[in-house]
Ligand binder design. Structure first.
Ligand SMILES: [Zn+2]
Length: 462
C-alpha cells in the first residue's frame, strides 16, 4: 500500500518511555509504529525526524478563543493558528463568550463557528447552569465548565450566566453533570472571601496590581482552598467527575491528593503562569500583563512536586488573550483590567525548556499535555501515537535555543508575557490527522480543517 505520510528516524516519546521508531500514516490515522517500518514502504510524503523528538499533539482542554463576542481580542482563526504553531492539535473552548455558551442553541452556534474556522480539532465546554445539561451532553461536549467567580467592578471575563457561586445551584450542577457521565470543570473561587479582602485594599485607595495579586493570595490561598474543599465534597457526594482548574496552592494540592486516595473522581489542572510566570518580581515588573495570578514561591514548589508525583494531572494553557488597552488600565486600577494571559503558542516550548533544566521529564510532559487530557475527557482517538489513533503529532528540536518575542506572536493581540524569555526547545512541525498544519515557521493548516472530536461513551479516568 501507499501511505500518506512517513515520519522517519525520530525518537518517539510517550509517558512510558522513548524509542527510535518510524510512524506510518494512512487516512489520517497511525497505521504502524516501529523501528525501520518505513524502509521499503511507499509514502506520498516522507518527513525526516532524525535527531528530533516526536510527541503526540497537545490536547489543550482550556482555551479562550474569544469568538463569538470578543473578536477584537482573538478569533477562532487567529487562536488556532497560534495553537498549530505551539504543537496544539485539539482545543476545548470555554463558554465566557457573547452570547455566553449557556444554552443548546448558543452551543450549536459556537460549534458552527468552529466548523467553519478552526484549524485544529475541537470540543467546547458549555455552562450546565440553565436546565439544558442533558441535551448539551448529547451534542458531544466532553465537559461542562463553570466559574465560582462573579466579577466585581467589571462584567468581563466572567459574563452573566457563566459565574455561579451559590452553593445550592452548584450542587444542582454537580447532580446534573453526574447524570450525563461527563466531566465538570470548575474554577475554584470563594467570592464572599474575595469581596471581604478586596474591600480592605479599596478602603485604603489601593487598586494596584500588587493589591489585586495579594487579594487573591490572601491568607496563603484561602480564596482557593475553601472553594476547593467545597468542590471536592460535592464531587464525593454526587459521584460527578470533577476537573479543578488553576490548582496552585499547597492546601489545595493536599486536599486533592487525599480525595484521590479516597476514590473521588477528580483531575487537577495547572496553567503555564503557575510554572513560568507569576513570581512577585513578575507582578512588580509586568503588573497587569503578569496577572492572572501571583503564585508565591512555596506554592510554586509544591505545584512542581505535584506535577511530578501525579497529583496534578494536566497542564493546559488557559489561553486568555486581552488587548494592551484592556491590560494597561490595570496599572491604575487592576480591578478594571481584564485578567488572564495568552499562552497557547508558547506552553509546549516552555515545558520543553523546563525538561531541559530538569524540572520534569519529557515523558511527563507528554502525559500532562496529551495522554492524560485525552483519557480524562474520553477523547479516545487522541493523545497517543499508536496504531489506530489520529496521527496528531509534533516534531520538536529539544536542543534548539531561541528567544520568545512579541513579533512572533500569532495571537491577534500581538504580545506575550514571555517576550524576551530565552528557552531551549522548539516545535518545528505540527501534524493534525497526518496533514502538516505548521512547519518551516509558517502555519499551513486551513480554517475549517478542524473537526469536532466527541467523547467516547466509555468512562475512563487515569
Ligand atoms: Zn480560563
Amino acid at each position: 500500500m501507499t501511505y500518506d505520510l512517513a515520519v522517519v528516524g525520530g525518537t518517539l516519546v510517550s509517558g512510558s518511555g522513548r524509542k527510535r521508531a518510524d510512524i506510518l500514516v494512512s487516512g489520517g490515522r497511525v497505521v504502524e509504529v516501529a523501528a525501520g517500518a518505513a524502509a521499503g514502504a511507499d509514502a506520498n510524503r516522507v518527513v525526516d525526524a532524525s535527531g528530533k523528538l516526536v510527541l503526540p499533539g497537545m490536547v489543550d482542554v482550556h482555551v479562550h478563543t474569544r469568538e463569538p463576542g470578543y473578536t477584537h481580542k482573538e478569533d477562532l482563526v487567529t487562536c488556532t493558528r497560534a495553537a498549530a504553531a505551539g504543537g496544539v492539535t485539539t482545543i476545548f473552548g470555554m463558554p465566557n463568550l457573547d452570547p455566553p455558551t449557556v444554552t443548546g442553541t448558543y452551543l450549536e452556534e459556537v460549534l458552527d463557528l468552529y466548523r467553519a474556522k478552526s484549524i485544529v480539532d475541537y470540543n467546547h465546554n458549555p455552562v450546565p447552569a440553565h436546565g439544558e445539561t442533558e441535551a448539551m451532553a448529547e451534542s458531544g461536549v466532553a465537559a461542562f465548565k463553570v466559574y465560582m467567580v462573579v466579577d466585581t467592578g467589571r462584567t468581563y471575563p466572567h459574563p452573566a450566566g457563566t459565574g455561579i457561586h451559590d452553593h445550592g445551584h452548584l450542587l444542582q450542577m454537580f447532580e446534573d453533570v453526574a447524570a450525563t457521565g461527563r466531566v465538570f470543570m470548575v474554577h475554584p473561587h470563594d467570592q464572599a472571601l474575595m469581596d471581604h479582602v478586596e474591600q480592605g485594599y479599596w478602603k485604603k485607595g489601593d487598586r494596584s496590581p500588587e493589591a489585586y495579586a495579594k487579594t487573591l493570595a490572601a491568607y496563603d490561598g484561602i480564596i482557593w482552598d475553601t472553594a476547593t474543599a467545597t468542590l471536592l465534597r460535592m464531587a464525593k457526594a454526587t459521584g460527578c467527575r470533577l476537573h479543578i482548574v488553576h490548582v496552585q496552592t499547597i492546601e489545595g494540592i493536599e486536599m486533592i491528593r487525599r480525595a484521590k486516595a479516597e476514590g473521588v473522581q477528580v483531575t487537577a489542572e495547572v496553567n503555564h503562569w503557575a510554572l513560568f510566570l507569576g513570581t512577585w518580581d513578575d507582578v512588580l515588573e509586568l503588573g497587569p500583563y503578569c496577572l492572572s495570578y501571583w503564585v508565591p514561591d512555596h506554592h510554586r514548589a509544591a505545584v512542581w512536586d505535584a506535577i511530578n508525583d501525579g497529583t496534578i494531572d494536566i497542564v493546559s494553557s488557559d489561553h486568555a488573550p486581552h488587548t494592551r488597552a484592556e491590560k494597561d488600565v490595570g496599572w491604575e486600577d487592576m480591578w478594571a483590567a481584564h485578567t488572564g494571559t495568552p499562552g497557547i503558542q508558547h506552553q509546549v516550548p516552555l515545558l520543553l525548556d523546563a525538561a531541559h533544566h530538569g524540572k520534569l521529564t519529557i515523558e511527563r510532559v507528554v502525559e500532562v499535555m496529551a495522554e492524560v487530557p485525552a483519557r480524562s475527557f474520553d477523547i479516545g482517538s487522541k493523545g497517543f501515537l499508536e496504531p489506530g489513533f489520529d496521527a496528531d503529532l509534533m516534531i520538536v528540536d529539544p536542543a534548539k535555543e531561541w528567544t520568545i518575542a512579541n513579533d512572533g506572536v500569532l495571537s491577534k493581540i500581538g504580545w506575550t508575557p514571555y517576550d524576551g524569555r530565552e528557552v531551549v526547545g522548539a516545535v518545528e512541525r505540527t501534524f493534525l490527522r497526518g496533514i502538516e498544519i505548521y512547519g518551516d515557521g509558517t502555519v499551513k493548516g486551513e480554517p475549517g480543517f478542524g473537526r469536532h472530536v466527541k467523547p467516547s461513551l466509555t468512562r475512563g479516568m487515569p
